[in-house]
Design a protein around this ligand. Structure first.
Ligand code: 6GU
Length: 223
């Protein structure tokens, strides 16, 4: 899979992909991530990529021309399955969306900044819009990092234990059950006996019950 990310702050995206599962997925050749600085696609003095909004109002808007140049250049080089714009005024990311995106070959992620991008960019180029939740971030870069992480860990081979991603929260529409490790007792708090019983069908049953209990309590909207 190849992910191209377009941003005005590439520095914000340098570190998130250099550790842990994503780093290993890159090393294994499962994913390539390419960062594109939008300012490289403008010839204006001071490499300006934003301007005041028509109609007035606070906040700058990213202009269409540099975005057009960058996306058009990428599209000349290969076909893209999705061109995604991350923005708070969009449908919220779910595990189902990440699952689908993890099966794609080439995607572009455009990140906004300031007040966002000129509406015509969204109409001309964008095939999917994604928000990562009902709150506002200073820019789309951290949202893009979250989106990439959720996708990349699902690429077959990215996680050592193949079953691990399948038992994540949300993968079966439920929150994950509680987990424990050694010691079996800490300051009087014991690990549930069932988990030490070796009875795997019973353990699976217990985990499922716990997942339902947790979901009912914390996220009843998911049931
Ligand atoms: Cl994708 N961008 C920004 N700036 N804020 C957000 C978001 C995205 N998703 C939730 N909040």
């Amino acid at each position: 899979m190849r992910i191209d990310i377009i941003t005005v702050v590439p520095e914000l995206l340098a570190s998130p992909f250099e550790h842990s599962i994503i780093k290993r997925a890159k090393e294994k050749g499962l994913v390539e991530i390419h960062l594109h600085n939008l300012r490289d696609y403008t010839k204006t003095k001071y490499r300006q990529v934003d301007d005041y909004q028509f109609g007035g109002g606070a906040g700058m808007v990213l202009q269409i021309e540099p975005i057009d140049k960058c996306i058009s250049k990428l599209k000349e080089q290969r076909d893209y399955d999705e061109i995604i714009y991350v923005t708070p005024d969009a449908p919220i990311l779910t595990q189902s969306t990440s699952n689908k995106l993890s099966l794609q070959k080439n995607i572009i992620i455009l990140t906004g900044h300031y007040k966002g991008v000129d509406q015509r960019v969204r109409e001309l180029f964008i095939t999917q819009e994604i928000s990562i939740g009902d709150y506002v971030l200073s820019g789309g870069e951290l949202a893009a990092a979250v989106l990439c992480d959720s996708i990349i860990r699902l690429i077959p081979g990215a996680i050592g234990d193949e079953t691990s991603a399948l038992t994540d929260s949300f993968q079966d529409g439920l929150l994950a059950p509680p987990v424990y490790t050694r010691p079996a007792e800490y300051k009087g708090m014991k690990v549930p006996e069932i988990l030490r019983s070796g009875n795997f069908p019973k353990i699976e049953e217990w985990r499922h019950e716990q997942a339902i209990k947790r979901t009912k309590k914390i996220r009843p909207d998911l049931l």
